[in-house]
Design a protein around this ligand. Sequence first.
Ligand SMILES: Nc1ncnc2c1ncn2[C@@H]1O[C@H](COP(=O)(O)OP(=O)(O)OP(=O)(O)O)[C@@H](O)[C@H]1O
Ligand SMILES: [Mg+2]
Length: 423
Amino acid sequence: MSLFVFVPIPLVVFLVAKFWSVMQNRNHKSWLYGRRVNHLLQDVLSGIRVVKSFGREESEIKRFEDATQLQSRQDEANAKLFDTVFPLLGFAVRFGSYLIMLYGNVKLFNGTMSIGELHQFNSYANIIYGPLLWITFIPRQISQFLTSLGKVLEILEEQPDVSDIGLPIDIEIEGDISFKNVTFGYETYNPVLENINVDIKKGEMIGIVGHSGCGKTTLVNLVMRLYDVTEGRIEIDNVNVKDISQNALRSQIGVVLQETHLFSGSIRDNIRYSKPMASDEEVIAAAKLANAHDFIVNLPEGYNTMVGEKGYSLSGGERQRVAIARALIHDPKILILDEATAALDTETEKLIQEAINKLTENRTSLAIAHRLSTLRNADKLLVLDRGKLVEYGTHTELLEKKGYYWRLVMAQKQDSGFVKKQA
Ligand SMILES: Nc1ncnc2c1ncn2[C@@H]1O[C@H](COP(=O)(O)OP(=O)(O)OP(=O)(O)O)[C@@H](O)[C@H]1O
Ligand SMILES: [Mg+2]
């Protein structure tokens, strides 16, 4: 009779093992649908202005509903399957107890066993079945747990694309930058920059020009080592950037990105983002350099005005100037300006232009601009065309050469003439 208790256990173990991969698959699927719902929601909410201004609320609601429907259907199907399979497993576990009853009753009628003994044996058997039944329910929870755990581990084990070498060098940057046969592609098979060779001396201001998508932003990203080059090397003061500690590198480079992002918080906090300990005087000095001070003190709460998602909305040009102040606060040795004047009217551009001239005096600066007039004061111009360095030299040299840069300048001149005529 004791053996009867254990008869169904191998079967149950076998079934649970068989069912395991099905459970994993289904949980994974449900997890994927859930993730899609979250992505969709985040996407729509962060672009809510676009959604509203194009009147797409209805269709976005529909899209969200479809996604949640999909998830709920999957969850329902999972629940149905589990609620069918697990009671069956429970039945299988208890199968031993039916055998005990059958055999016990036969013995009872034969008179070889008393009713008390049978009852007693059955109670003992149930003590064993209780935990066994419980075990059949665990796989479902374990499987859900493992699915989530797998995702967490995936993120924890992710290796950063760029990491410090064993003993990174903390250098005091002077500001020489050289590109040596630099080739780079976001995907290695599709190079965005090809065989770039250029030497930039410390203190020089370099203007980077070229058509949209030719690789200007990519080039400066490489100097900051947001990505590692595929071939060749970039050196700062004759040290490969791969050998410089990322902390040393980033704390001595100031950047104004093409898309300015202000964090939720006060203007003051945004300006001293890269140097949290900066004093008020330093913040104001940086803001003055960026020609931002005047507009900031005219805001209702001056430097304490809250900006960012839930705060005061600054105009594009104002944001840009706050971003410039932020790049300056730690007095960087290398300054990178990606379209820093793109969002400005001519008047403000002049202000910024003055500021930039001051800023670029004692540091190496790389400035990207579409409006070529912005780069009048650059020491050298670096002209890119589809990832290749086509020209490098001063404004006058390149104009005399009547090459690629000259054509860019002529095209813009014609455009602005055209605009004037239209006006
Ligand atoms: N993160 C990325 N992953 C894959 N491709 C990218 C990525 N960033 C840029 N690219 C591609 O690399 C090329 C160069 O982009 P880059 O941003 O450097 O151009 P750009 O010269 O700065 O253009 P713009 O003047 O419009 O800012 C483009 O074809 C772009 O689509
Ligand atoms: Mg760009």
